[in-house]
Design a protein around this ligand. Structure first.
Ligand SMILES: Cc1cc2nc3c(=O)[nH]c(=O)nc-3n(C[C@H](O)[C@H](O)[C@H](O)COP(=O)(O)OP(=O)(O)OC[C@H]3O[C@@H](n4cnc5c(N)ncnc54)[C@H](O)[C@@H]3O)c2cc1C
Length: 378
């Protein structure tokens, strides 16, 4: 009888966990709350060699359709002149391109969309997941790949709460930008705007802006006066907030960068840090964003999910039948790496939190250095 895993969350972390476990002979079922196709969402992201290597190990083509190679990081001042440059080739991709490669690796019979997990129970060596429609699924292992707002983590680690970093990232993708294919930065005081091309032909941008909790509540309030907490669906963002962002772009950013904001339909996300003291509890493991979330400056979200998934499969392979020993190895290695990611990204974002002036050469070198520092351990 093959071992069975129940995975909660059918985004990157859940699909990667399923794909790597299937490769070592496990039977895996993935349960995703969202009923519609996730591929229609998402924007740009940077890759690391560890991610590309993991995708290739799963048989996914990492050629031109997946990513655009950018060569230089370039910082522009308010006038649009280059004030710092650093050569550091990196493949930039689009969330949907990775998702489209991963999704077919879990067949339809084992991918259950529109199923929302509520709780679990462990009886002996078996874990049983329960869903809001009253149904259940049993396995040897329950994998929480249910993201930053995990339903499972608070039941295991109530003290591991996302901590707001004090700033948000306005994001979007824009067609029709005629710039050399580099990775651009603009650094107004206490802020960071960056933009790069992605393989859909668009340019992806993120503009980090200090935002108090009070201001965040206002940004998350729709035109009818309803506050949606610390996130709001893009169509509900009040038009005057977008108009203000575009005005600010012309005032604070290089004309080339302001043009991108001007052409966009931006949305935003609040930036959080999350650290879990442990990522394995009995036969339940946390993986991807449910375990650790580092600020996006290290561009590590999908790479970390991939390394988590690979480490889980490898730990199981190494320990043979001893699932407890393999989960202990997983716990040790992923906590170490997760903490490193959170600390590294926190130090890069510290000047935004403090609303301080950035040193352009330092920002380019810090963001670049992360790529060389990643320990590809799994
Ligand atoms: C639609 C989407 C688009 C994204 N786009 C980008 C992007 O453009 N750039 C970027 O850097 N990162 C993006 N991310 C985040 C990125 O995927 C993660 O940072 C990283 O890949 C780790 O992924 P994860 O699977 O651990 O968490 P997530 O990607 O957050 O996925 C968690 C999944 O769990 C599901 N879920 C949550 N609770 C339950 C429950 N109770 N029952 C069942 N399912 C549940 C959610 O619906 C979600 O699909 C996106 C995430 C999503 C979901």
């Amino acid at each position: 009888m093959p071992r069975r895993a129940v995975v909660i969350g059918g985004s990157m972390g859940g699909l990667l966990a399923a794909a790597f476990l299937q490769r070592i002979g496990w039977e895996v079922d993935v349960y995703e709350r969202t009923a519609d196709d996730l591929a229609t969402r998402g924007a740009g992201l940077g890759t690391h060699e560890a991610l590309l290597e993991g995708l290739r190990a799963l048989g996914i083509d990492t050629g031109e359709r997946l990513g655009v190679l950018v060569r230089d990081r370039v910082c522009l001042d308010r006038a649009g002149d280059v004030i710092a440059r650093r050569t550091l080739p990196q493949v930039m991709t689009h969330w949907a391109r990775i998702y489209e490669g991963l999704r077919p690796l879990v067949d339809r019979a084992h991918f259950h969309a529109g199923r929302s997990f509520t709780r679990w129970r462990q009886t002996g060596a078996e874990v049983v997941a329960q869903f809001d429609d009253g149904s259940e699924a049993a396995g040897d292992l329950l994998i929480a790949a249910d993201g930053l707002r995990s339903t499972i983590r608070p039941q295991l680690e109530p003290q591991a709460q996302p901590r707001y970093a004090g700033y948000i990232g306005w994001r979007g993708t824009v067609m029709g930008i005629d710039l050399p294919r580099d990775y651009y930065f603009g650094l107004p005081r206490g802020e960071m705007m960056l933009t790069y091309p992605v393989p859909t032909g668009e340019w992806n941008f993120v503009w980090y802006r200090p935002t108090s909790e009070h201001e965040l509540a206002d940004l998350c309030t729709d035109a009818s006066g309803c506050c949606h907490g610390n996130a709001i669906a893009p169509p509900l963002i009040r038009p005057e907030l977008v108009a203000r962002l575009k005005r600010d772009a012309h005032e604070l950013l290089a004309p080339q960068l302001a043009f991108i904001i001007e052409r966009s339909q931006p949305f935003f996300q609040a930036i959080f840090d999350l650290e879990s003291p442990r990522v394995a509890h009995g036969r339940v493991v946390l993986l991807g964003d449910s375990a650790f979330v580092a600020r996006p400056h290290v561009g590590m979200g999908v790479t970390k999910a991939s390394l988590d998934a690979r480490c889980l499969a490898r730990s199981i392979e190494l320990a043979g039948d001893d699932l407890d020993a393999s989960l202990e190895r997983y716990n040790r290695m992923r906590c170490e790496f997760g903490r490193w990611c959170v600390n590294r990204s926190r130090s890069i974002g510290a000047y935004i939190e403090q609303r301080a002036v950035a040193d352009p050469a330092r920002v380019l070198s810090d963001v670049g250095a992360v790529r060389a520092e990643i320990a590809i351990t799994y």
